[in-house]
Write a protein that binds this ligand. Sequence first.
Ligand SMILES: Cc1ncc(COP(=O)(O)O)c(C=O)c1O
Length: 471
Amino acid sequence: MAHLIPQTMGQQFGRRSWAEPWKIKMVEPIRLVSPAEREKAIADAGYNTFLLRSADVYIDLLTDSGTSAMSDRQWAGIMLGDEAYAGSRNFYHLEETVQTYYGYRYLVPTHQGRGAEHLLSKALIKPGHYVPGNMYFTTTRLHQELAGGTFVDVIIDEAHDPANQHPFKGNVDLDKLESLIKRVGAENIPYVSLAGTVNMAGGQPVSMANVRALHALCDRYGVRIYLDATRMIENAFFIQEGEEGYADKSIADILKEFCGYTDGAWMSAKKDHLVNIGGWLAVNDEDVFESARNMVVVYEGLHTYGGMAGRDMEALAIGITEAVQDDHIRARVGQVRYLGELLTDWEIPIVQPVGGHAVFLDAKRIYSHVPQDRFPAQTLAAELYLDSGIRAMERGIVSAGRDPETGDHRYPALELVRLTIPRRVYTQAHMDVVAEAVKAVYDARDETRGLKMVYEPKYLRFFQARFERIS
Ligand SMILES: Cc1ncc(COP(=O)(O)O)c(C=O)c1O
């Protein structure tokens, strides 16, 4: 007779609960500062959560970038750092690990993801080129533009609708891509910029069927595909869980198959790979490798460290082997989903389905009375901090920046606040505290008027812009 599964306190909805495949060996104390201190801290930060001091933050959900907890094995790896300027043994370990799990032939290390984006954009994009992609990412698009390219969004329409339940909202719309190829010519498209679990869409995955079809289309026109593999391991989890034929395949096998449809990838190792710093570019094409390996010595460091210390490369190589474990990724995405399910239960508007690395609050619906040029998502992130010391990040009109031609704000369909969950850092109790804080801010939504921007830097303005409250 089957046993009934009791409902746990953890509200995992009667499922047999998952638990983290690790136990805690070291802790870092955190503290909630007083409401008056929070009021001062956010005003001093110009209502921009990027400008807060972390000592004033209680639960830090600004980003999952470089914020992971490393394992005892990774810390042991730090002690194995070979800090030789050239030919560090940690580089060869990293190279072999990337080849094993991602399958690409050549590796160029970089200090973090944007270093790799810079090299790839410079190597392949010429002025006048078009770079199609499944939604923009801030640093990726900027490097493509600085190299002279124009980014063209070819993600499926469902991705722009936060309520749409499509299971693979990161998919490329092949018709949009093919019409672009026909309009501008394949020779003007250096590559398709494909991202796993699309960050700006809410951490939404790409299906294996879609990348397979994309590969066939690009092959027909002789267009290459480069992958933003930053959260591709999380993407593999969604394929394993939701795509027919993959339930019995390992995360590692799915990852390798997916990468096999692409010509290379860039990586911000600060996410999936469970390290605090690092990145790489990996490619199959010898010419692209030659070019990137030559440029890395100009912009990052020698081609056997690329801006990382030897110890960082060792921790990264070990992090990759931990990140592809099925148990790890299930608990990681499971924790994000746990928070998302609480908020869904309480009918708070969030991007659905819940993605891989974060829960995205739909500021457009939460503050439907605040016009987009009064920065509803920026406002919501500030209010959340004021309520409870929780730090989140704007992903809306501020992040979208200005159109380089017209100079006007870009008005994205998605106006979101990202509650980004660091890997192996917070517990389920922290998630409960976050959910309750979001509910409190949601319940007080009618009192909010929005913000005005009083300082705007030229590039990637969301990092440093300053705002004042509209009363
Ligand atoms: C999808 C994606 N691509 C690229 C990057 C850039 O990587 P990094 O922050 O390591 O420069 C990030 C990180 O913010 C990202 O989320």
